[in-house]
Design a protein around this ligand. Sequence first.
Ligand SMILES: NC(=O)c1ccc[n+]([C@@H]2O[C@H](COP(=O)([O-])OP(=O)(O)OC[C@H]3O[C@@H](n4cnc5c(N)ncnc54)[C@H](OP(=O)(O)O)[C@@H]3O)[C@@H](O)[C@H]2O)c1
Length: 309
Amino acid sequence: MTRRELLKAAAFAGASSCLGISAHAATTPTSDLITRAIPSTGERIGVVGLGTNNYSVTAPEELAARKEVLAHMWKLGGTLIDTAPAYGRSEEVIGELLAQLGNRDRYFIATKATAPNDDAAAGRAMIEESFRRLRTDHIELIQVHSLMGLDTLMPILQELKAARRIKYLGATTSSGRQHAAMADALRKYKMDFMQINYSIDDRDAASTLLPLAQERGTAVLVNVPFGGRRGSNVFARVRGQAVPTWASEFATSWAQFFLKYVVSHPAVTCAIPGTTKLAHLEDNQAAARGALPDASMRKRMEAFWDGLS
Ligand SMILES: NC(=O)c1ccc[n+]([C@@H]2O[C@H](COP(=O)([O-])OP(=O)(O)OC[C@H]3O[C@@H](n4cnc5c(N)ncnc54)[C@H](OP(=O)(O)O)[C@@H]3O)[C@@H](O)[C@H]2O)c1
């Protein structure tokens, strides 16, 4: 699909959602954007967002590449940008680039906070820095990063939410070792969002966490949908292989195959693949359109993956 066709598709998506056309119905390039409702409010967001743990850059050419991504993402239907104070200059770069582009209001910004040694003052200070670096007076979502300081930060996030400085609160992990702790957190607190690791190569979350999130009415962001920038990247395992023809109805690239596996789980609200390249952004955003694999196709995808050498 060319950029022009994608932009046309984005315009069509806006119009067709007004007409109430099903988000999952069409498979043509002009197919509707697939969106999911955030259970606590009913607000709908596109099922593919953006991870920015590789946005801590200063070189002009690197900033220009990221600016291109942030200039185009909303036009392709993606709105959620995930960042964190722990990602070096990421928040600052996003704040600066969105200010230059004048498109901050097109986006749903999700950042994170920690309270080292359960120090509430340090947690509050970190959050205030996020507002400053992101150059905004409202942040859509703040998440307790890797559950660090959960009990200290939850009352602070609830306070910020009551004051309408943030719209949603939640917590993250990217490690299976923290899944039991995340389940405890979900039961203990009314969280709008949970962010977790889940991919075709790492399906542990499907056994407990994803059903629990549905039961608790918690939206789910999926980090590391490709296995992580530094982790065992899923692309390496299929290098040199074409996407199977039985998957061509819903995926024309491996990125779409992997993302559609993730977002076709009914508990998942939005996957946040990290990218620094416009071509990859376009590929990833195309996974938020067209057909989604059903339950039996998902099983076939899993069997295919498990059968790879
Ligand atoms: N505990 C936590 O809260 C936590 C932990 C880890 C991550 N996260 C969040 O999750 C986000 C995603 O994680 P991640 O970025 O580490 O891993 P990922 O999304 O699984 O993989 C990103 C890698 O895939 C490449 N890629 C992206 N789109 C592609 C495409 N269409 N085709 C081929 N390659 C593609 C990227 O390279 P290019 O840049 O070249 O596109 C990058 O190397 C992070 O950015 C962060 O926001 C949160």
